[in-house]
Design a protein around this ligand. Structure first.
Ligand SMILES: *Cc1c(COP(=O)(O)O)cnc(C)c1O
Length: 350
C-alpha cells in the first residue's frame, strides 16, 4: 500500500528535518578557527546573533539542547539544591537522569496544565530557609512544552512567574527548545519571552532545520561560567563553525516559515479530531506538536506500526498516546494522507 508515492511522511519529530542547500553551502565556505581558543569567527558570529535575537548579553553554542539545559543547571545550582519544574518537563523525562548525575540537584516536579505551571503553585513550592530542606535555587519552565502538546505560555503568565522568582533571588531558566514557535503562537518577539528568564536554551536542530546545535543565552558572567561547564562535559568543540554556519542560516531564514508548520499542525488536528476513536481537542493545538489519545481498545503501538506500513511515521508517547510533529520536510498534502491513514486503520481495527 504505502502512501502511493513511496514517500515517507515522518511526523515523529521536527528533529528529522534535513539541512537546506543554503545551509550545506554555508557550511562548506564558513571561515573557521579553534573555538576552544575562542577563535572560530563563525561560532562567534552565531553566538552574537543568538544573544541579540533573545536580548541577552551573551550566548554559548552547545551540541544539543540537553547539554544546554544541563550546563544551565550546573551553572545556576550547587549539589543538594532543589529545582522547581513541571512534572512533564523534558529535563525530567528525556535527559537520562542528568540532573541527578551532573548537578546533583533534587528535582521538584509540579503537576502543570498541559505542562504549564502557575505562579501560585511555584510560589507555594519555594522552600523557606531551614536546615532540613534543600534550598530552592532554580525554577525551570518549558516553552513551547513538548509533552504538553506544544503548549505555549501567554506572555503575562511568564511575567507572573518572573515576579515570583525575582524578589526571592531565584533564577529562572527557560527550556526554549522551540522558543520561536512560542513567539509566533503568542504573537510576541522571542526577546520578550526571554526577558522573563535569566537564561534561555533554544535549539537550532528542531524546526529551524540545522543539523546540530543549541544555544544557551544569558548574562555575560553567567555564560562565562557556563563555558567552563561546557568544557567539563565535553561540549567544547574545535572548528565548530561548520555547524554554526548552518545555525546562522537557520536563524536568518528558517524562523518565519515556522508559521507553515503551525498551519499544517492545525490542519492535521482538525482532520484527526473528526475520526471516531481519536481523542483530540483540535482547538488546543497551538504550534507544531500535537498529541492525541486513542479510545480503548486501540493502542498507540499498534496504530504506529500500522501507519508505518503506509509510510506515515508517528511517535508513541504513552500506551494510548501518539505524537505527531510538523516541520519543513512535510507539506500540507501530507497531512491529508496521514489523516486518511489513521482513519483507515482505526476503521479496520488493525
Ligand atoms: C528537543 C528538546 C530538548 C533538547 O533536545 P536535544 O535532543 O538534546 O537537542 C530540550 N527541551 C525540549 C523541550 C525539547 O523538545
Amino acid at each position: 500500500m504505502g502512501t502511493g508515492s513511496g514517500r515517507i511522511i515522518d511526523l515523529r519529530s521536527d528533529t528529522v528535518t534535513l539541512p537546506t542547500e543554503e545551509m550545506r553551502e554555508a557550511m562548506r565556505s564558513a571561515p573557521l578557527g579553534d573555538d576552544v581558543f575562542g577563535e572560530d569567527p563563525t561560532v562567534n558570529r552565531l553566538e552574537e546573533m543568538a544573544a541579540a535575537k533573545l536580548g541577552k548579553e551573551a550566548a554559548l553554542l552547545v551540541p544539543s539542547g540537553t547539554m544546554g539545559n544541563q550546563v544551565a543547571l550546573l551553572t545556576h545550582t550547587r549539589r543538594g539544591d532543589e529545582v522547581i519544574l513541571d512534572a512533564d518537563a523534558h529535563i525530567v523525562h528525556y535527559e537520562s537522569g542528568a540532573p541527578a548525575v551532573l548537578s546533583g540537584v533534587m528535582l521538584r516536579p509540579l503537576p502543570g496544565q498541559h505542562g504549564l505551571l502557575s505562579p501560585e503553585q511555584i510560589e507555594a513550592a519555594v522552600r523557606s530557609p531551614d536546615i532540613h530542606t534543600p534550598p530552592t535555587t532554580l525554577i525551570c519552565l518549558e516553552n513551547t512544552h513538548n509533552r504538553g502538546g506544544g503548549s505555549v505560555y501567554p506572555l503575562p503568565a511568564l511575567q507572573a512567574v518572573a515576579a515570583v522568582a525575582r524578589p526571592r533571588g531565584i533564577p529562572l531558566h527557560l527550556d526554549g527548545a522551540r522558543i520561536f514557535n512560542a513567539a509566533l503562537a503568542s504573537g510576541v518577539p522571542a526577546s520578550a519571552i526571554a526577558a522573563c528568564a535569566d537564561s534561555v536554551m533554544f535549539c537550532l536542530s528542531k524546526g529551524l532545520s540545522a543539523p546540530v546545535g543549541s544555544l544557551l543565552c544569558g548574562p555575560a558572567d553567567f555564560i562565562l561560567r557556563a563555558r567552563r561547564f561546557r568544557k567539563m562535559v565535553g561540549g567544547a568543540m574545535r572548528q565548530a563553525g561548520v555547524l554554526a554556519a548552518a545555525g546562522i542560516v537557520a536563524l536568518e531564514k528558517m524562523v518565519d516559515r515556522l508559521e507553515v508548520d503551525h498551519a499544517n499542525a492545525k490542519r492535521l488536528a482538525a482532520g484527526l479530531a473528526r475520526i471516531p476513536g481519536v481523542l483530540l481537542d483540535a482547538g488546543r493545538v497551538q504550534t507544531n506538536i500535537l498529541i492525541f489519545r486513542l479510545a480503548p481498545p486501540q493502542t498507540a503501538a499498534s496504530l504506529v506500526r500500522a501507519l508505518a506500513m503506509d509510510g506515515v511515521r508517528a511517535l508513541p508517547v504513552g500506551p494510548a498516546a501518539i505524537r505527531m510533529v510538523t516541520h519543513k520536510d512535510v507539506e500540507g498534502a501530507d497531512m491529508d494522507v496521514a489523516i486518511a491513514a489513521v482513519a483507515r486503520h482505526l476503521a479496520t481495527g488493525r
